[in-house]
Structures are given as structure tokens and as C-alpha cells.
Design a binder for this molecule. Sequence first.
Ligand code: ARG
Length: 571
Amino acid sequence: MKDYKQQIAEIIAPHVEGLETAEIRDMIEIPSDANMGDYAFPCFKLAKVLRKAPPLIAKGIAESISGDSIFAEVESVNAYVNMFIAREGFVMDTVTDAVEMGDMYGSSTTDEKRKVIVEYSSPNIAKPFHIGHIRSTVIGNSIYKIYSFLGYDTFRINHLGDYGTQFGKMICAYRKWGNEEDVKREPIKTLLSYYTKFHVEAEKDPSLNDEARAIFVALEKGEPEEVRIWKWFREESLKEFTRVYKMLGIEFDSYNGESFYSDKMPRFVKELEDKGLLQESQGAQIVDLEEYGMSPALIKKSDGSTLYITRDIAAAVYRKETYDFAKNIYVVASQQNLHFQQWFKILELMGYDWAKDCVHVPFGLVSLEEGTMSTRHGRVVFLEDVLNRAVEETKKIIIEKGVATDNIDETANQVGIGAVIFQELSNSRIKDYTFSWDKVLNFEGETGPYVQYTYARAASLARRADEKALERAEKLDIDPSYIAGDAAYELAKLIGGFPQAVKEAAGRYEPSVVTRHIVDTAQSFNKFYHDEHIIVDNIDEQAAKLALVIAAKNTIKNGLALLGMQCPERM
Ligand code: ARG
């Protein structure tokens, strides 16, 4: 694809002294009001160098460049040069790219395949996989897909919370009140009930806490009985997690979680000691971070057991040594901001210069209309139940609306699950949001079903098209003057902006940039669909319009794929 900003910068450069093409490129704006041009170049900055009033400079530049065939029109308005692109050329370029590249439209390549690790989901074993987990799971999966699409060598890690004092509690409760059959039948719900009971009982009898702590120490020491029960809890839990990942179409390259690092810890405790970073405080080992405005990091407890943060330090070094990442991304809730700041700082103090390549991507809370959740009190909404309900409700809507489909269950799955994913990725990740069934499953709002429906509408146009016209569209044997009207041009601009949106989403670790762009593209497509007849008798006209339809269809499909969604062909 022609890089229009770059081209324009090159056209302007000979007419302004003292500015590099790259600087000019950065100054070029895209006006929010299309009446002010497709691109605008502000001249304020030039006044000093050129010793002329900005409006005069703008006028001079406008006159000098207006003859270039890339422009339909160039005018100066006050200090701005407003440029209107020759639509036919632009539309042809854009449609050509989007049709020819197909499933790869919007992708790019990096020079050397740089390694990027994306850590996401990372639920805690033997605890419910609840609605709150949707965030890391879906945001992380999308970031992984976006980086892969941009040519990075990506690696997905699920850093399972499969270690820590809570396993002491769980094993303690299991021994006291548990039974094997119940766990086998309904692992997580059963284990959760033990965990809940443990907290109730421990309030009455605090000595239970000591007992649980001792069990965890035994586990860390590798006592066979504790290890056996813990392994079994882990396996049973993983079975449940995997079921949900399957529904969401999500996979991982590694499930190395916290326990994986349990035997790798002594090296780091020693290293911290050798580097003079460790201090004793009430029998425990800490790193003092007061100088950096942070509370101390607890590395090793007085009973000798290590902590969450110690395992994170070990994991980061392990990843660097094993995968030599260029970027190591953690998609983890903003409640853990301090935790990440602390241990990133510790890595830096340990002298690891690659600490700067570790990125925490935080996100806000999801709450439910029905009220808050609390694992400890057993008030939990399981993610699996939410996904199942989404599919069921979608199926009802499909039947009610008489939506066309060859396979109702498959469509209900794609649309129902897609709707949940789409809502999750609609707003900037740092915002808290409330999960709302009405919003999720609305076929008319800015929702997953709406965008999927738009895709299916485009697919149906291609099916209904004249065979010859479709063939010409696919071969790009078209006359772009038929797709240079306002609605078509607006749509082409959005299609043309898609690759840039993908890059921006990667740079900001923000999948909602893609979501927004796809919603805009779908709305623009529907306006085009509404304003113009597409399957017209004139084959030249039909072919050109179909090429634009295919370009839009590819853009929507690729965008939704980056979010982790599928597109039904009929709906
Ligand atoms: N298991 C943790 C939790 O559920 C999240 C783990 C985040 N990743 C990390 N490397 N600390 O809160």
C-alpha cells in the first residue's frame, strides 16, 4: 500500500527549507472534519525559519503542490494546507491491497523475527475460573494475535497460580472435611467449598492457619503425600480451565506456572544476597524499596517459604535465558500494579538491563449487574456458565429472528462467544466496566453480533452477485470511478486505515483500537450498503462495488480474528 503520509511529505519537502521529510511526515494531520481535507499540514512551526506569516506560507505551499496528481484539490485555510486526495487513485490502491492480501490484509513483517512473550490468563488452581478471568484471558489472547500478525515470533505462557500458601489451606481442608469422589465429580466447585469452609472455620480456630502453613512448607520441601494431593488438584483444575479455553478458542504454548519455579528459587535468593539487596526484617528476608517510593518486597518468609514475587523474579530470568525475548508482556489486573513495579525495580537493581523489556499491561475491573463477587464467601459467577448462557440466549435470538444459518449450533457458538469477547474488548482496557447481558447480545448496537451480521451481509452480496462481475472484482479488473462517491470513499478510508490501527493497537497493547476500527468500518459499510445499489445491471459498476465489498469483508474478518472471534458466512 502506498504510504500516503510519506508521499505527501515527499511532495511538500522541496517547498519548505530546513525541515526533513520525516519531520514533515510527523506534522501532517488527518482532520476530523472531512471538509478540511483528507490530510492537513499546519504551518505555524515554519514561521520562525521562513520569517513569514503562517497563512502566507500555507498559501505558497498550496500553490506549489496543487499540480501533483495525487491530489484532487489543495487549498490553504489560514495557517493550514488542506489536501484532498484524488479519490479514484486512493480507492484503487486500497481495494487492491485489501483484496489481494486477503487473510493477511493488515499484517506486516519484522526484519528479524523478534521474540515476544505474552503471558495471560494465569488463573489460580483449585479456585473458580470466574467472570473476572475473562479480562486477562481475552485481552492477552488478542495481544498475542496482534503481535503474531505483525510478524513477531510470539510465545504464549499461562503462568498458573499453582503454588502458594493457599494450597496449604486447601490440603488442610480436604484432609479434614473432604472426600475424593466429590472432588472427582466436580473438582473446582468442591475445592472451592473446602476453601470457603476453611476460612469460616479458621475464624473460629486460628490454629488452622498454622496447620495450613506447615502443610505448604511440607509441599515446598517435596513431601510425597502433599505433592501427590497438590498434583491431583492441579490436574483436575486444569481439565476445567482447558474446557473454557476450548470454548474461547484459546491455546497456550506453556503452562509453566508458579510451581515450576519452586526449585529455581535458591539461586535468586542467593543472588539478591550477593548483590547486597537482601535485608532481614523480623526474621524474614526483604528488599527495601523506600528510596523508590515503594513498600518493601517480601522475598522469603520467616518459615523459609518463598513468595509470589520471588517466583516472578525467577520466572523472568528463566524466560530471558530460555527464550531470549525482545519483549516480555504480562497481562495482569491493575490491582497488581505495585507488585509489578516492585519486582521490575528489583530486576533493574540486580543489574538485568533487559528489565526494561518487561511490560505490565494492566486492566480494570469487571463487575456484574447482580453485584460483586467474593471467592472467599463463595459468591462466584463461573466464566463457563456465562459462556454457556451466551450461546443459549443467542440460539433463542437466532430462532426468534429467523436468522439464516446452515448450522444453528455452530452459529450460536460463534455469535454467543464472540459477543462476550467483543464486549470485553470494546473499551480501553484500563476502564472498569459492568458486564451487561442486554449490551452483549444486542444485534443493533456496537456489538459483536452487529459486526458479524455486517460481515455475513457482505458475504451474502458476494453470493448473490453476477458471476462475471464477481470474477472481475476478484481480479481487480475494475473502474474505480464507480466507488469514488462519498459513502464508498469513507469506507475505503477506513479499510485503508486498518493496517495502521493494528500497529497502534500493538504499540499501546490496546486491542480496543482494533475493535473501534472494525465497528467504524462496519457502520461505514452499512451506510454504503444503504446509500447505493450494489447488485446493479451495469456489470462495470457492479464489479467495482463488489471489489469494495470484498475489501471491507476481508478487513472485518481479519479484525475480528485479531480479537479472537470467528465470522459466520450466513446469519
Ligand atoms: N495467578 C495470579 C492471579 O490470579 C495472576 C498471575 C499473574 N502473573 C504473574 N506473573 N504474576 O492473581
